[in-house]
Design a protein around this ligand. Structure first.
Ligand SMILES: NC(=O)c1ccc[n+]([C@@H]2O[C@H](COP(=O)([O-])OP(=O)(O)OC[C@H]3O[C@@H](n4cnc5c(N)ncnc54)[C@H](OP(=O)(O)O)[C@@H]3O)[C@@H](O)[C@H]2O)c1
Length: 264
């Protein structure tokens, strides 16, 4: 089975000193997986935060994401990420957005090259539709580690998920709290009351129990630690049935660069 710590610390919208200090605190709080991207413009701060935590490199996993369209661009752009992150490899490199199949092939050639060189441990994609993911899987002969997509209690993603389960492609769930909206849902709140935990923890646990990688966004140390403790909760069959009965067709994120969607 593929392994990476299931709960990641997501760093978008964190910059400057706040980013470095929260990355350091997250690592000290026992997060072992940090998720960043070139477009977040904070790889330098992520690298500084990790260094100041004194946690050895081999004990943590770093995911970054790249937006390029051809072989040469990807290689040169990735070198800049390594320099900013102050490391000589990343654990997981994702193509941040789909473009077109010809460009995907050039990027996969570059990713395969980087993997062979040991500069990335694994690679994957983000925001890919079923058709794009099938092409990626076939072109790379089964080397797609994850597809990072919007997934939470209010969005089924059945079409993509059944293919990903079949091929053992890990699902990385972004917006796991439904962009914060699920925290106000009365059903989630009543489950939280039953387990004496928070609504955020119920949403995260539901994803962890499906073996998803989960990357909640939180901006305070208190919430970051609370979200980590979701790993200690277990939802029972009755809870899962209640959650299964909630509507599953609500998208909160519509990235303009990935307008195509699979219909479930
Ligand atoms: N890969 C991509 O292309 C892509 C594209 C778009 C978005 N994303 C994803 O977008 C997500 C961030 O956006 P989102 O807002 O939709 O994420 P979310 O994780 O579903 O929700 C985050 C919201 O919940 C709040 N929150 C977090 N932990 C909490 C807790 N324990 N108690 C109460 N409130 C809590 C946050 O508040 P505070 O921040 O104020 O703490 C924030 O308002 C990330 O997961 C990211 O991975 C990825």
């Amino acid at each position: 089975m593929k392994t990476i710590p299931q709960l990641g610390f997501w760093t978008r919208q964190l910059n400057d000193e706040l980013c470095s200090s929260l990355v350091k605190e997250a690592l000290v709080s026992e997060y072992r997986h940090i998720d960043t991207a070139q477009i977040y413009a904070n790889e330098q701060e992520v690298g500084s935060g990790w260094h100041s935590s004194d946690i050895p490199r081999e004990e943590i996993r770093i995911t970054t994401k790249i937006r390029t369209q051809n072989y040469g661009n990807l290689l040169s752009s990735f070198e800049q990420s390594l320099q900013k992150l102050q490391t000589d490899y990343v654990d997981l490199l994702l193509l941040h957005r789909p473009t077109n199949l010809k460009q995907h092939e050039q990027c996969f050639d570059a990713l395969l090259h980087l993997k062979q060189q040991g500069k990335i441990r694994e690679f994957g994609v983000s925001n890919f539709t079923l058709a794009q993911l099938k092409h990626a899987w076939e072109y790379t002969q089964g080397q797609i580690f994850t597809n990072q997509i919007e997934y939470h209690i209010s969005l089924s993603q059945d079409t993509l998920k059944s293919y990903m389960d079949e091929k053992e492609i890990l699902l990385t769930a972004y917006s796991p709290l439904g962009h914060g909206n699920l925290l106000k849902d009365p059903t989630i709140q009543s489950l939280a009351k039953k387990h004496q935990v928070s609504a955020a923890q119920i949403c995260i646990t539901w994803l962890l129990q499906q073996w998803c990688i989960v990357i909640p966004k939180a901006s305070s140390l208190e919430r970051i630690q609370e979200n980590l403790q979701a790993q200690d909760i277990t939802l029972d069959e009755e809870d899962l049935e209640v959650i299964a009965g909630l509507p599953k067709n609500h998208r909160y994120i519509s990235p303009p660069f990935a307008p195509e969607r699979d219909q479930d």
